[in-house]
Design a protein around this ligand. Structure first.
Ligand code: ARG
Length: 435
């Protein structure tokens, strides 16, 4: 029987029930739903809104349901409307009237708003831990190849020599910001909407501060209408995760490039690559490509949720039931991608000889050569012109700045002497900028 059967003259159609139900998506919040109900019932009893005996019956009943849901002994009814309804109905089936008193001074609107926040709080922590594991894999890889030099690129054209470790540690910074963004959003989300009721609060003498404290919230939401209609935290989290996926996608793209025969800067481990059904020579970076591809799906979660929310009048609307699928998928996808990225990065082999060879071509020490002349007193703009002419000579004569004879250097500028060769080695270039 439906919660609202009294008002209706017939049963809902099966299609209505199927369409309306969110249990397939929200059953994963069963722990948080029970946690919220335990705090609510304890507060109701303490405030004398329900009897101590009812409070105790509810507590025992909910704990038993929790245990059975954890163990799988209690199967979740796929026809239930949502996890909140399922747990309350199961409780009432077992303990009778006391179960029917649990919902006093509460609505599913403030209940679900509380549950999602509790659930996402845990998800944020787990995601931060997964990001930290990737940061560690990157830092370990950077330490393993601490003196490897590769060309740094701008416009994907060789620009200046850099350390492989510095390149990897750039990602470290991005992931640190991702963690900070998640923490920041989680902190803002950590206000308890319980007590908002359906939208207008409740007339019962509830103690909102008490339930908020019991559930580990920092405080209570200030406005009951906002309390049930706010999904900013879902949007913020989808947005933070989208940015995380941008970073994972950029890292993946570099790995795809780096393990191509054209670059050959890294080799991915056989265990984290795949072959081809037809081309025997192939070793494909499928994991990196899939991570890059899955970023699109997370951006879709964010766009979908923004679109769901943008036209909703206050307060709760059923459209908002779509929030969970989006935000859960964003978390799931990011965790999945990090789980694939960590061992892929941890086991990849760098090929420093190839990096070095690429760095030795393309005149990536030209800026340093200009700096050499600046050191001899030439203004930078003039030095830049001189080195441009040198590079043209090198290209015409098949030289690099390391191999161009000193006579040719001096034909372009008398400021050059023998020490220019030491000044433009890749090591000297990298070393000079590490201060
Ligand atoms: N399953 C619903 C959701 O996820 C719970 C809230 C239902 N509230 C209501 N007034 N129908 O949003």
């Amino acid at each position: 029987m439906k919660l609202w059967a009294g008002r209706f003259s017939k049963e809902a159609a099966k299609t209505t029930n199927d369409f309306n139900s969110s249990i397939a998506v929200d059953s994963r919040m069963f722990r948080e739903d029970i946690q919220g109900s335990l705090a609510h019932a304890a507060m109701l009893a303490r405030q004398g809104i329900i009897s101590e005996a009812d409070g105790e019956a509810i507590r025992k009943g909910l704990l038993a349901i929790l245990e059975e849901l954890e163990s799988g002994a209690l199967p979740i009814d796929p026809d239930a409307e949502d996890i909140h309804t399922f747990i309350e109905a199961t409780l009432t089936e077992r303990i009778g009237d006391a179960g029917k008193r649990l919902h006093t001074g509460r609505s599913r609107n403030d209940q679900v708003a509380t549950d999602i926040r509790l659930y996402l709080r845990g998800q944020c922590e787990a995601l931060r831990a997964a990001i930290a594991a990737l940061q560690k894999a990157l830092a370990d890889k950077a330490a393993e190849y601490s003196d490897a030099i590769l060309p740094g690129y701008t416009h994907l054209q060789r620009a200046q020599p850099i350390l492989f470790s510095a390149h990897l540690l750039a990602y470290q910074e991005m992931f640190a910001r991702d963690c900070a963004r998640l923490s920041d959003a989680a902190r803002r989300m950590n206000q308890c909407p319980l007590g908002s009721g359906a939208l207008a609060g409740t007339g019962y003498p509830i103690d909102r501060a008490n339930t908020a404290l019991a559930l580990g919230f920092e405080g209570v939401t200030a406005n009951t209408i906002d309390g049930v209609s706010d999904r900013d935290f879902c949007l913020e989290l989808c947005s933070a995760i989208s940015i995380l996926m941008v970073h994972l996608s950029r890292l993946s793209e570099e790995l795809v490039l780096w393990c191509s025969w054209e670059f050959r800067f890294v080799e991915l481990d056989d265990a984290y690559t795949t072959g081809s059904s037809i081309m025997p020579q192939k070793k494909n970076p499928d994991l990196a490509e899939l991570i890059r591809g899955k970023s699109g799906r997370v951006f879709g979660d964010l766009m979908g949720l923004l679109t769901v929310m943008k036209g909703l009048p206050l307060a709760y609307n059923k459209d908002m039931q779509e929030d969970k699928e989006a935000v859960f998928d964003a978390f799931d996808t990011a965790r999945l991608c990090l789980g694939a990225a960590v061992p892929m990065v941890a086991t990849m082999r760098a090929l420093p000889e190839n990096m070095r060879r690429a760095a030795a071509e393309g005149f990536i020490n030209a800026t340093d050569c200009a700096d050499y002349l600046v050191g001899k007193g030439l203004p930078f703009r003039d030095a830049y012109q001189v080195v441009g002419a040198l590079v043209a000579r090198c290209i015409a004569g098949g030289f690099t700045l390391e191999t161009l004879p000193l006579g040719q250097y001096q034909e372009v500028s008398q400021l050059f002497s023998e020490d220019v060769y030491d000044f433009v080695t890749l090591e000297a270039c990298v070393e000079r900028r590490q201060k």
